[in-house]
Design a protein around this ligand. Structure first.
Ligand code: PHE
Ligand code: FE
Length: 291
């Protein structure tokens, strides 16, 4: 989980290691907590069977997420390590940016270990283990996406030096969290914020409101986003290989300087040069409250 609006915390919270990780304490989950995972898992996997990118669905298999109960991060890490060399580690909450990037750069995905309550099945503010593991882990088993996330971490450490975290956070938001991908002649979901949400898994693909626009690196880094509602725009990548290629073959430093001289795009705006795949009605748009 990435948070760019928090002050740099000097020390990890009590009980956490110097790298902010904690023990998952898997044996402490209650039956009710495991049952919440199972409910969410059953609902999302049924919904996503023909909506999520095939790479995401394969990742569910590879990571062994189909087994009942909240995954044990140690077992999960063994499976992921075999696939792509990634690990999953527990953290108590949001981690400072530099720490988050450093973990990614070392192929360590940090995940919340708590699970939402049954009253929060459809919406919660802070990422829990269902968002972090069900949403993010499957694609970490895919080689190109696994490389993208590591490169993103390395790029994050560089962005900190350029004061460009906000730009880079937008790239994360519009791909890792809310990205769509062209697949088999149609569009499929892959962003973790979408696939871990029942409502947005339907909205992002089927609703006439949002624009669906072809991914463009500069455009995305200039685009503000909403954190309190479904997205106004979804950006569509051609493939994970293409995303990896475009981002790793571009030196972002001159891009940050270039973008600094240009205005931002609002959520829901269409920009000059956009390849609009579906033009939305924006009927869902309410009060603009952008980040
Ligand atoms: N190429 C980027 C840079 O020069 C780093 C990066 C790679 C960022 C992949 C995001 C994803 O900083
Ligand atoms: Fe997330």
């Amino acid at each position: 989980m990435l948070s760019s609006d928090q002050p740099i915390a000097a020390a990890p919270p009590p009980g956490a290691a110097a790298d902010w990780t904690i023990a998952q304490a898997w044996e402490h989950y209650s039956d009710a907590e495991h049952a919440t995972w199972d409910r969410l898992f059953a609902r999302q996997s049924a919904l996503l069977a023909d909506r999520a990118a095939p790479e995401f669905l394969e990742g569910i298999e590879l990571a062994g997420l189909w087994r009942p109960g909240i995954p044990d991060f140690e077992e999960l890490s063994e499976r992921l390590d075999r696939a792509t060399g990634w690990q999953v580690l527990a953290v108590p909450g949001l981690v400072p940016d530099a720490m988050f990037f450093d973990h990614l750069a070392h192929r360590r995905f940090v995940a919340g270990s708590f699970i939402r309550t049954p009253e929060q099945l459809d919406y919660l503010q802070e990422p829990d283990v269902f968002h972090d593991v069900f949403g993010h882990v499957p694609l970490l088993a895919h080689p190109a996406f696994a490389d993208y996330m590591q490169a993103y971490g390395e790029g994050g450490l560089r962005a900190l030096e350029h004061g460009a975290i906000e730009r880079l956070a937008r790239l994360y938001w519009h791909t890792v969290e809310f990205g769509l991908v062209r697949s088999g002649g149609g569009l499929k979901l892959f962003g973790a914020g979408i696939v871990s949400s029942y409502g947005e898994s339907i909205f992002a693909l089927d609703d006439p409101s949002p624009h669906r626009i072809r991914f463009d690196l500069r455009r995305v880094m200039r685009t503000r986003y909403r954190i309190d509602d479904y997205q106004r725009n979804y950006f569509v990548i051609d493939s994970f290989d293409d995303l990896l290629r475009q981002t790793t073959e571009t030196d972002f430093a001159p891009l940050y300087a270039e973008i600094d001289r240009q205005p931002d795009y609002e959520p829901g705006a269409i920009a000059e040069g956009d390849v609009v795949l579906t033009r939305g009605t924006q009927a869902h748009a309410g009060e603009p409250k952008a980040c």
